[in-house]
Design a protein around this ligand. Structure first.
Ligand code: PGA
Length: 252
């Protein structure tokens, strides 16, 4: 059985001080919660404070992006080793905002995934179709390409230890979540492909999250889908109480 994972993507919200205060509050709220893993991904500048405030708790900390080189003349970039030093253990890779606003491709996603694994961290690799692609019935083909090219070269062992997030682009920040049936269909397809390309055992161990307008009111029906192993949450993760409600709703 896969333990569900709820990850909060803060995007460009919260200072280091605000993040630390959030973690203190979330720790208290999570005291009697079992059976679900929790990760928060604040901005780079808050990673160290977040990891410090989360130390000794079950809350994991993740970055939202990474550069694939260890170091070098790459102004404004941050490497996986630098992220690890902050105490963070996860890195979101290929979020759709990175793909659409900052030109990331499946090829850069692949390099980043490799760098994250090489640093001993866990990648949360995001995939998902745009509205135009869905309307043209290309959803499953787009997912196939993102998995094949984005995860190219990963071993079954590596796949088993990583996290994928299916986030239909049209559902992110729009208040329009995929229906449980739409999420279920995409997740079933993803699991089939993972099985085909990485083997049964690895595919059964890899956690695949759903993301896109997840709220306290819709998490239970999404998490009830057999191949949905939790959620990547944007807006609704910014308030610890609504994040807690989502975390509780993911335990089915
Ligand atoms: P949202 O964002 O929950 O605000 O739709 C999800 C995400 O971008 O990961």
């Amino acid at each position: 059985m896969r333990t569900p994972l709820i990850a909060g993507n803060f995007k460009m919200f919260k200072t280091a001080a605000e993040t630390a205060a959030y973690v203190v509050e979330l720790r208290e709220l999570l005291k009697d919660v079992r059976g679900v893993d929790v990760v928060i991904a604040p901005p780079f500048t808050a990673l160290h404070a977040a990891a410090g405030a989360a130390a000794g708790s079950a809350i994991g900390v993740g970055a939202q992006n990474v550069h694939w080189e260890r170091d070098g003349a790459f102004t404004g970039e941050v490497s996986a080793g630098m992220i690890r030093e902050t105490g963070a253990r996860f890195v979101i890779v290929g979020h759709s905002e990175r793909r659409t606003l900052f030109g990331e491709t499946n090829a850069t996603v692949n390099k980043k995934m490799n760098a994250v694994i090489a640093a001993g961290l866990t990648p949360i690799v995001c995939i998902g179709e745009t509205l135009e692609q869905r309307d043209r019935n290309e959803t499953l083909a787009v997912l196939d390409r993102q998995i094949k090219e984005g995860l190219d070269g990963a071993t079954g062992e590596q796949l088993a230890a990583m996290v994928l997030a299916y986030e239909p682009v049209w559902a992110i920040g729009t208040g329009r979540n995929a229906t449980p049936a739409q999420a279920g269909e995409a997740h079933f397809h993803i699991r089939q492909r993972l099985k085909q390309w990485f083997g049964l055992e690895s595919s059964e161990r890899c956690r695949v999250l759903y993301g896109g307008s997840v709220k306290p009111g819709n998490i239970a029906s999404l998490a009830a889908q057999p191949d949905v192993d939790g959620a990547l949450v944007g807006g609704a993760s910014l308030d610890p109480k609504s994040f807690l409600a989502i975390i509780r709703g993911a335990v089915v």
